[in-house]
Design a protein around this ligand. Structure first.
Ligand SMILES: Nc1nc2c(ncn2[C@@H]2O[C@H](COP(=O)(O)OP(=O)(O)O)[C@@H](O)[C@H]2O)c(=O)[nH]1
Ligand SMILES: [Mg+2]
Length: 270
Protein backbone atom coordinates (compact mmCIF):
# COMPACT_ATOMS: atom_id res chain seq x y z
CA UNK A 1 0.00 0.00 0.00
CA UNK A 2 1.34 3.45 -0.89
CA UNK A 3 1.66 5.69 2.16
CA UNK A 4 -0.09 9.06 1.73
CA UNK A 5 2.48 10.66 4.06
CA UNK A 6 5.98 11.79 3.08
CA UNK A 7 8.73 9.58 4.49
CA UNK A 8 11.20 10.80 7.08
CA UNK A 9 14.34 8.67 6.72
CA UNK A 10 16.95 8.50 9.47
CA UNK A 11 20.31 7.24 8.24
CA UNK A 12 22.73 6.04 10.93
CA UNK A 13 26.18 4.61 10.17
CA UNK A 14 27.42 2.37 12.98
CA UNK A 15 30.71 0.72 13.73
CA UNK A 16 31.10 -1.11 17.04
CA UNK A 17 28.41 0.93 18.81
CA UNK A 18 26.95 -1.85 20.96
CA UNK A 19 27.17 0.23 24.15
CA UNK A 20 25.22 3.10 22.58
CA UNK A 21 22.49 1.35 20.64
CA UNK A 22 19.81 0.82 23.30
CA UNK A 23 19.71 4.47 24.22
CA UNK A 24 20.06 5.62 20.63
CA UNK A 25 17.19 3.60 19.22
CA UNK A 26 14.96 4.24 22.24
CA UNK A 27 15.42 8.00 21.83
CA UNK A 28 14.84 7.76 18.08
CA UNK A 29 11.68 5.76 18.78
CA UNK A 30 10.34 8.91 20.46
CA UNK A 31 11.10 10.77 17.25
CA UNK A 32 8.98 8.27 15.38
CA UNK A 33 6.12 8.84 17.80
CA UNK A 34 6.35 12.61 17.70
CA UNK A 35 6.36 12.70 13.87
CA UNK A 36 3.85 9.93 13.25
CA UNK A 37 1.07 12.26 12.14
CA UNK A 38 3.17 14.02 9.52
CA UNK A 39 5.63 11.43 8.27
CA UNK A 40 6.17 7.76 7.87
CA UNK A 41 9.46 7.28 9.77
CA UNK A 42 11.99 4.79 8.39
CA UNK A 43 15.43 3.94 9.73
CA UNK A 44 18.38 2.97 7.56
CA UNK A 45 21.22 1.68 9.73
CA UNK A 46 24.49 0.80 8.00
CA UNK A 47 26.79 -1.50 9.90
CA UNK A 48 30.33 -1.75 8.69
CA UNK A 49 31.92 -4.95 9.83
CA UNK A 50 31.39 -4.42 13.57
CA UNK A 51 32.85 -7.18 15.73
CA UNK A 52 30.94 -6.42 18.95
CA UNK A 53 27.47 -7.67 18.01
CA UNK A 54 26.20 -4.29 16.78
CA UNK A 55 24.15 -5.57 13.79
CA UNK A 56 22.47 -8.31 15.86
CA UNK A 57 21.52 -5.78 18.56
CA UNK A 58 20.19 -3.33 15.95
CA UNK A 59 18.00 -6.08 14.54
CA UNK A 60 16.70 -7.07 18.01
CA UNK A 61 15.98 -3.49 19.01
CA UNK A 62 14.29 -2.77 15.70
CA UNK A 63 11.93 -5.65 16.38
CA UNK A 64 11.39 -4.88 20.09
CA UNK A 65 10.76 -1.19 19.48
CA UNK A 66 8.69 -1.91 16.38
CA UNK A 67 10.82 0.31 14.15
CA UNK A 68 10.49 0.39 10.38
CA UNK A 69 14.16 -0.39 9.90
CA UNK A 70 16.44 -1.47 7.07
CA UNK A 71 19.76 -2.82 8.29
CA UNK A 72 22.42 -2.74 5.60
CA UNK A 73 25.57 -4.58 6.52
CA UNK A 74 29.03 -4.45 4.98
CA UNK A 75 30.94 -7.58 6.00
CA UNK A 76 34.24 -5.67 5.89
CA UNK A 77 34.82 -2.20 7.31
CA UNK A 78 34.85 0.44 4.55
CA UNK A 79 34.39 3.70 6.46
CA UNK A 80 31.48 6.07 7.15
CA UNK A 81 31.62 7.63 3.66
CA UNK A 82 31.08 4.23 2.07
CA UNK A 83 28.24 3.61 4.56
CA UNK A 84 26.45 6.86 3.66
CA UNK A 85 26.98 6.15 -0.05
CA UNK A 86 25.34 2.77 0.42
CA UNK A 87 22.41 4.33 2.28
CA UNK A 88 21.88 7.04 -0.37
CA UNK A 89 21.97 4.42 -3.09
CA UNK A 90 19.46 2.38 -1.09
CA UNK A 91 17.07 5.36 -1.02
CA UNK A 92 17.51 6.25 -4.69
CA UNK A 93 14.68 4.10 -6.02
CA UNK A 94 12.02 5.29 -3.57
CA UNK A 95 13.00 8.79 -2.44
CA UNK A 96 10.41 11.44 -3.24
CA UNK A 97 11.07 15.20 -3.41
CA UNK A 98 8.64 15.73 -0.50
CA UNK A 99 10.51 13.29 1.78
CA UNK A 100 13.04 14.28 4.43
CA UNK A 101 16.36 12.61 5.26
CA UNK A 102 18.23 13.00 8.54
CA UNK A 103 21.80 11.76 8.84
CA UNK A 104 23.13 11.28 12.35
CA UNK A 105 25.74 9.56 14.48
CA UNK A 106 25.20 6.24 16.18
CA UNK A 107 26.95 7.19 19.42
CA UNK A 108 24.14 9.29 20.99
CA UNK A 109 25.92 12.61 20.41
CA UNK A 110 23.44 13.79 17.76
CA UNK A 111 20.81 15.20 20.15
CA UNK A 112 17.40 14.21 18.92
CA UNK A 113 15.88 17.23 20.74
CA UNK A 114 17.36 19.36 17.95
CA UNK A 115 15.33 17.68 15.21
CA UNK A 116 12.26 19.87 15.78
CA UNK A 117 14.37 23.01 15.43
CA UNK A 118 15.99 21.65 12.27
CA UNK A 119 12.56 21.08 10.74
CA UNK A 120 11.39 24.55 11.72
CA UNK A 121 14.43 26.04 10.01
CA UNK A 122 13.94 23.86 6.94
CA UNK A 123 10.35 25.05 6.70
CA UNK A 124 11.74 28.55 6.09
CA UNK A 125 12.52 26.88 2.73
CA UNK A 126 16.15 25.87 3.27
CA UNK A 127 17.16 22.68 1.50
CA UNK A 128 19.69 21.50 4.07
CA UNK A 129 20.15 22.20 7.79
CA UNK A 130 23.43 21.48 9.56
CA UNK A 131 23.68 20.93 13.32
CA UNK A 132 26.54 23.23 14.17
CA UNK A 133 28.83 23.01 17.20
CA UNK A 134 30.97 25.86 15.84
CA UNK A 135 28.10 28.31 15.67
CA UNK A 136 27.36 30.87 18.40
CA UNK A 137 25.14 29.07 20.92
CA UNK A 138 26.69 25.69 20.14
CA UNK A 139 29.86 24.19 21.53
CA UNK A 140 31.79 21.12 22.48
CA UNK A 141 31.63 19.94 26.08
CA UNK A 142 33.17 17.21 28.22
CA UNK A 143 36.17 17.15 25.89
CA UNK A 144 39.68 18.25 26.79
CA UNK A 145 40.56 21.88 25.91
CA UNK A 146 43.34 20.57 23.65
CA UNK A 147 40.91 18.45 21.62
CA UNK A 148 38.43 21.32 21.38
CA UNK A 149 41.21 23.60 20.16
CA UNK A 150 42.40 21.04 17.61
CA UNK A 151 38.90 20.48 16.38
CA UNK A 152 38.38 24.26 15.84
CA UNK A 153 41.73 24.46 14.04
CA UNK A 154 40.86 21.51 11.77
CA UNK A 155 37.48 23.05 10.92
CA UNK A 156 39.09 26.42 10.11
CA UNK A 157 41.87 24.79 8.09
CA UNK A 158 39.45 22.78 5.94
CA UNK A 159 37.38 25.90 5.25
CA UNK A 160 40.41 27.90 4.16
CA UNK A 161 41.89 25.07 2.12
CA UNK A 162 38.64 24.55 0.22
CA UNK A 163 37.67 28.24 0.01
CA UNK A 164 34.37 27.85 1.87
CA UNK A 165 33.07 30.98 3.54
CA UNK A 166 29.89 31.60 5.49
CA UNK A 167 29.42 28.04 6.73
CA UNK A 168 30.48 27.43 10.30
CA UNK A 169 30.54 23.64 10.68
CA UNK A 170 32.05 21.65 7.85
CA UNK A 171 31.99 18.02 8.85
CA UNK A 172 29.11 17.28 11.21
CA UNK A 173 27.22 14.05 10.41
CA UNK A 174 24.05 15.48 11.90
CA UNK A 175 22.08 17.12 9.07
CA UNK A 176 18.55 17.35 7.72
CA UNK A 177 18.02 17.24 3.95
CA UNK A 178 14.94 17.78 1.84
CA UNK A 179 14.31 14.76 -0.38
CA UNK A 180 14.43 17.12 -3.37
CA UNK A 181 17.96 18.22 -2.39
CA UNK A 182 19.27 14.65 -2.25
CA UNK A 183 17.55 13.81 -5.53
CA UNK A 184 19.24 16.79 -7.11
CA UNK A 185 22.63 15.68 -5.75
CA UNK A 186 21.97 12.19 -7.14
CA UNK A 187 21.00 13.62 -10.52
CA UNK A 188 24.41 15.27 -10.80
CA UNK A 189 26.71 12.93 -8.90
CA UNK A 190 25.00 9.53 -9.21
CA UNK A 191 22.85 7.56 -6.74
CA UNK A 192 25.62 7.11 -4.14
CA UNK A 193 26.50 10.85 -4.34
CA UNK A 194 29.77 10.29 -2.45
CA UNK A 195 33.21 9.15 -3.58
CA UNK A 196 35.18 9.49 -0.37
CA UNK A 197 34.93 6.61 2.08
CA UNK A 198 36.29 8.18 5.24
CA UNK A 199 35.13 10.87 7.68
CA UNK A 200 35.85 13.54 5.05
CA UNK A 201 32.69 12.40 3.24
CA UNK A 202 30.53 15.03 4.94
CA UNK A 203 32.80 17.79 3.64
CA UNK A 204 32.55 16.27 0.15
CA UNK A 205 28.76 16.36 0.43
CA UNK A 206 28.78 19.95 1.66
CA UNK A 207 31.03 21.04 -1.23
CA UNK A 208 28.74 19.39 -3.76
CA UNK A 209 25.75 21.18 -2.21
CA UNK A 210 27.59 24.50 -2.40
CA UNK A 211 28.56 23.90 -6.04
CA UNK A 212 24.88 23.24 -6.79
CA UNK A 213 24.04 26.52 -5.02
CA UNK A 214 21.70 24.89 -2.53
CA UNK A 215 20.24 26.84 0.36
CA UNK A 216 21.96 25.80 3.57
CA UNK A 217 21.38 26.91 7.15
CA UNK A 218 22.77 25.89 10.54
CA UNK A 219 21.33 25.48 14.02
CA UNK A 220 23.56 25.59 17.10
CA UNK A 221 24.36 22.25 18.70
CA UNK A 222 26.14 21.43 21.94
CA UNK A 223 28.28 18.38 21.22
CA UNK A 224 28.47 16.52 24.53
CA UNK A 225 30.89 13.63 24.26
CA UNK A 226 29.87 12.31 27.70
CA UNK A 227 26.64 11.06 26.08
CA UNK A 228 28.49 8.25 24.33
CA UNK A 229 30.21 5.17 25.64
CA UNK A 230 33.46 4.16 23.96
CA UNK A 231 35.92 6.25 22.04
CA UNK A 232 35.89 8.10 18.74
CA UNK A 233 36.56 5.88 15.74
CA UNK A 234 37.98 8.74 13.74
CA UNK A 235 41.57 8.17 12.74
CA UNK A 236 43.10 11.66 12.70
CA UNK A 237 45.91 10.96 10.21
CA UNK A 238 43.62 9.18 7.78
CA UNK A 239 41.06 11.97 8.02
CA UNK A 240 43.66 14.69 7.36
CA UNK A 241 44.87 12.83 4.29
CA UNK A 242 41.21 12.45 3.27
CA UNK A 243 40.76 16.24 3.49
CA UNK A 244 43.84 16.75 1.33
CA UNK A 245 42.48 14.26 -1.19
CA UNK A 246 39.24 16.28 -1.36
CA UNK A 247 41.12 19.31 -2.60
CA UNK A 248 42.27 17.32 -5.64
CA UNK A 249 38.66 16.58 -6.66
CA UNK A 250 37.00 19.96 -6.17
CA UNK A 251 37.49 21.28 -9.72
CA UNK A 252 35.91 18.13 -11.18
CA UNK A 253 32.94 18.31 -8.76
CA UNK A 254 32.54 21.97 -9.59
CA UNK A 255 32.58 21.18 -13.32
CA UNK A 256 29.92 18.48 -12.87
CA UNK A 257 27.65 21.00 -11.11
CA UNK A 258 27.84 23.33 -14.14
CA UNK A 259 26.51 20.76 -16.60
CA UNK A 260 23.01 19.30 -17.03
CA UNK A 261 22.03 16.54 -14.60
CA UNK A 262 22.04 12.90 -15.70
CA UNK A 263 18.66 12.62 -17.47
CA UNK A 264 17.72 9.20 -16.09
CA UNK A 265 18.11 10.49 -12.54
CA UNK A 266 16.66 13.94 -12.91
CA UNK A 267 13.44 13.41 -10.94
CA UNK A 268 13.77 16.38 -8.66
CA UNK A 269 12.13 19.72 -9.38
CA UNK A 270 15.16 22.03 -9.46
N1 LIG B 1 29.43 2.48 8.93
C1 LIG B 1 30.49 3.02 9.58
N2 LIG B 1 30.25 3.87 10.56
C2 LIG B 1 31.31 4.38 11.20
C3 LIG B 1 32.64 4.06 10.91
N3 LIG B 1 33.45 4.75 11.75
C4 LIG B 1 32.63 5.46 12.54
N4 LIG B 1 31.35 5.23 12.21
C5 LIG B 1 30.15 5.82 12.80
O1 LIG B 1 30.17 7.18 12.47
C6 LIG B 1 29.72 7.96 13.57
C7 LIG B 1 30.81 8.93 13.95
O2 LIG B 1 31.91 8.22 14.47
P1 LIG B 1 32.58 8.64 15.83
O3 LIG B 1 33.48 7.52 16.25
O4 LIG B 1 31.55 9.06 16.81
O5 LIG B 1 33.48 9.89 15.38
P2 LIG B 1 33.58 11.33 16.03
O6 LIG B 1 32.20 11.79 16.33
O7 LIG B 1 34.27 12.17 15.00
O8 LIG B 1 34.39 11.18 17.27
C8 LIG B 1 29.33 6.96 14.65
O9 LIG B 1 27.97 6.66 14.47
C9 LIG B 1 30.17 5.74 14.30
O10 LIG B 1 29.58 4.53 14.73
C10 LIG B 1 32.86 3.13 9.86
O11 LIG B 1 33.99 2.78 9.52
N5 LIG B 1 31.75 2.65 9.23
MG1 LIG C 1 30.79 10.80 17.53
Amino acid sequence: MISPLPTFYLIVPVFNELGNLDRLLASLRLVTESHAERYRVRFVVVDDGSSDGTPERVRDLGRDLDLDLDLLANPVNQGPGAAFARAFEHLAATLDPSDWVLTLEGDNTSCSELIGQMFRRAEESYEVILASPYMYGGGITNTSPLRVFMSHMANAFVKEMLGVHGILTMSSFFRLYRGSALLKLQAYYGPAILERRGFECMVELLLKMIYLRMTISEVPMLLDTSLRTGKSKMNVTRTISGYLALSRRTSEWHRVAQRAPLPELARSPS
